[in-house]
Design a protein around this ligand. Sequence first.
Ligand code: GUN
Length: 280
Amino acid sequence: MQLIDGKAVSAAVKERIRAEIEREGFDIGLAVIIVGNDPASRVYVNNKKKACEVCGIRSYEYALPEETTLEQLLELIDTLNSSKNVNGILCQLPLPKHIDEQKVIAAISPLKDVDAFSAVNVGHIMIGDYTFLPCTPAGVMELIHSTGTDVSGKQCVVIGRSNIVGKPMAMLLLHENGTVTVCHSRTKDLAEVCRRADILVSAVGKADFVTADMVKDGAIVIDVGMNRNAEGKLCGDVKFDEVAPKCSHITPVPGGVGPMTIAMLMQNTLMAKRLQVENG
Ligand code: GUN
């Protein structure tokens, strides 16, 4: 069994981006919006700002109170859409319940949508035109590539069908000619379906969800989960101790997918700058 080192792979990606930005002499700005006091979101936003520093990207934080209205948020996005200093806009999800996330996502200019969440960019991904990468799934693909594995013809099983991870993950695996199955809460015989996987990607959000009986010997297991266990410790979806011995490769949590999501965000922010330079 080999551990996939997401920190090392992401450090290499960020270094490449830093060097490209320096070579091009780009001045790049990323606006990061956080609404409310979700502690996990605060950690993610801080990590995104740190990555900006490493890459030589300016980050502008907009920390808004929990009671912010949809109208106020849309007004801020409008201002950022037309700001010359801001090349990318990221609104950390989840938003407080009273704010319609889809309306917020739709308000971000597709040219600055570095999460690739807007309908236009999701459409690009669907047809295989990766203007902006879906950050977490693209990070997972980099980790799979780092093992030297060719996805073509492999049985790939994705657990979870969210717009952020499951659905775009399936697309990226499909574009590399994987045979892809997407499982979800209504899937029958989940363990049996998962056991077929050469590449198993779990994006469920439940600690200890993936157990050894769900994993084929020699599989690659990618754990997208970010959960807290009973002791409050950060953990993924996979019951690591019992699953790891069966795998050819497995990602740890933390230090697996998480750092890659952020590295891909940096890549998208550089892409946003390029697009805006090209489009005047
Ligand atoms: N919440 C969970 N994952 C993400 C992400 O990739 N981007 C944003 N903006 N919010 C998230």
